[in-house]
Design a protein around this ligand. Structure first.
Ligand code: AMP
Length: 539
């Protein structure tokens, strides 16, 4: 017997409609590529979304056509998210930090039909254009510029698309919640990037859960500034969750340095933010150096890489800001776990609680996690057993776009490629990427833990730990550091710092001082590059 409830589809357009209907006057503040500011509200955004959807129709774009973006976090990018998906096309966000060859590969692989881009990326697009055979429309996300139109006859202008569109356009009614709405390629540290194709349904359920108190805790009283780029797994779903709850939204444009962010946080009364640890390091240094506090800021989500415990302490002790340490990946939309404690932890002794808060957190409803040994046998959630992390749930990918890489699932689980422990409450500790973990004399050493400790040292600006080949132990940890400005590193003193903090045999064998730790387009350490360069330095 079927339930007798209305069968309404969970569609991206319904979020925009809701925000316009009940939070129409809630502000959206956006910084353009040239630094100028634009302000309007959910009602204004909704009007533009519908106009843009009408314009997509006029351009001849059909259902499931991929529409790519190369853009910062700004109001036009926000409108494109909703107009494209709402209209039945697929919003394909491109990471401008990728190498041009990777962008060409991804755009051609996705067979994108249109490309919307910020002024900043005009030179990049000019260089790529001749390699992009499938793209019929190159749309600059600016008002009409007659000079540019003369020199670049192949360009369309966002402003013109809106101006020429039908005022009374309404969303098409042929979209099913299981249809695809957006596409994002994984960073691909090895091999070609692969596409993850999200559905309306998965995106809506993910956004609903992400707003709940034990996840990111967004409400209509919040002012949210997503530092995480809209080209990095849909800014972790925040552009959907904010209008869903009616939070004020601040879109920071390209200026993600400590000073620019501080100005925006203060001027707009930002209460919650989200981003990767590297960005927060820059912000904290700026706040320290200028003796500035952020009185409105209550919490920030930190994920994408392990948040060093020293960063958690700085946020809490010096700025009274709660860090929500989160773990996720593109294949999980991206939310997997967030660190929020339970009732039974409220009376926990301070140092134990501090330790608990350093973990990656626990899964919300909608994510099931398991750890497995080499024979795919599930291991207990005892906080000690370490194994390959698998997951499943309604916002977890089932296969890559275009069937790339074959069937990725193992008995219905998605193997994440991470190695972790889980305790009985589901609190997870990421020990490493499985290919980065150090196997010394048959025992495992977590490079993440050694990096976290190094990042807590006052002289260290950035750090990575890799497995270096070793005659006796097969692999040993090697610490690679970037000292803070003007600091000379003494290898012996630095290694002594690990004494008492980890088992003796975990202490790295040597230290290499370098100018920069190589990172990929989403800020993750490129350990393959480091291994190539330094992997034999202990032989
Ligand atoms: P991506 O799909 O580019 O977002 O990368 C996902 C990967 O980033 C995960 O599989 C983890 O290896 C890593 N990652 C994300 N968040 C964390 C975290 N909080 N701690 C440690 N690793 C993380």
């Amino acid at each position: 017997m079927l339930g007798l409830m209305m069968d309404q589809q969970l569609l991206i357009s319904s979020i925009a409609d809701h925000a316009a209907r009940y939070h129409g006057d809630t502000e959206i503040v956006s910084l353009n590529s040239d630094g100028s500011q634009f302000r309007y509200d959910y009602s204004g955004a909704h009007g533009n979304m519908l106009k843009l959807a009408g314009a997509l129709e006029k351009l001849g774009l059909e259902k499931t056509d991929r529409v790519a973006t190369l853009a910062w976090n700004n109001h036009r990018h926000f409108e494109i998210y909703f107009a494209v998906s709402g209209n039945g096309q697929i919003c394909h966000t491109l990471n401008p930090r990728l190498f041009p060859e990777q962008l060409i590969y991804i755009i051609n692989h996705a067979e994108d039909k249109a490309l919307f881009f910020d002024q900043t990326f005009l030179p990049l697009v000019e260089g790529l254009r001749k390699h992009l055979g499938t793209i019929k429309h190159f749309v600059l996300m600016e008002d009409h510029d007659s000079e540019l139109a003369k020199t670049h006859p192949w360009l369309s202008f966002y402003g013109d698309l809106l101006a020429d569109s039908d005022e009374n356009y309404s969303w098409p009614d042929n979209i099913d919640e299981r249809d695809a709405c957006s596409l994002c390629y994984t960073s691909g540290t090895t091999g070609n990037p692969k596409g993850v194709l999200f559905s309306h349904r998965s995106t809506l359920i993910h956004a609903m859960m992400s707003a709940t108190p034990d996840v990111m805790n967004f409400s209509a009283r919040d002012c949210l500034l997503p530092v995480v780029p809209m080209f990095h797994v849909n800014a972790w779903g925040t552009p959907y969750a904010a209008p869903m709850v009616g939070a004020k939204l601040v879109l920071p444009g390209p200026g993600l340095d400590g000073e620019s962010l501080t100005k925006l946080f203060l001027a707009e009364g930002v209460t919650i933010s989200a981003g990767v640890p590297t960005i927060w390091g820059g912000l904290l240094d700026y706040l320290d150096a200028n003796n500035i506090k952020l009185p409105d800021m209550k919490r920030t989500v930190v994920g994408g890489s392990a948040c060093p415990p020293s960063m958690l302490d700085r946020f809490r002790d010096d700025y009274d800001i709660e860090v929500l340490h989160a773990w996720g990946m593109t294949e999980l939309s991206p939310l997997g776990t967030v660190n929020n404690i339970k009732n039974k932890h409220l009376k926990m002794p301070e140092d134990e609680l501090r330790q608990l808060r350093t973990l990656q957190g626990r899964p919300p409803f909608g994510v099931e996690l398991g750890i497995f040994d080499d024979e795919a046998k599930q291991l207990p959630n005892d906080g000690k057993s370490q194994g390959d992390l698998y997951c499943r749930g309604p916002w977890v990918m089932s296969e890559y776009f275009g069937g790339e890489g074959g069937d990725p699932l193992v008995d219905g689980w998605f193997p994440t490629g991470d190695v972790a422990t889980l305790d009985e409450d589901g609190f997870m500790c990421i020990r490493d990427r499985s290919k980065d973990i150090i196997k010394s004399g048959g025992e495992w050493i977590s490079s993440v833990e050694l990096e976290n400790l190094a990042m807590g040292h006052p002289d260290i600006g950035d750090a990575a730990v890799i497995a270096a080949s070793h005659k006796k132990w097969s692999e040993r940890p090697l610490l690679i550091v970037v000292p803070k400005d003007g600091i000379q590193i003494d290898e012996k003193v630095l290694l002594e710092y690990y004494q008492g903090k980890v088992a003796k045999w975990w202490i790295p064998d040597a230290v290499i001082v370098t100018k920069e730790i190589p990172r990929n387009a989403t800020g993750k350490i490129r350990k393959n590059v480091l291994r190539e360069e330094y992997g034999n330095s202990l032989r």
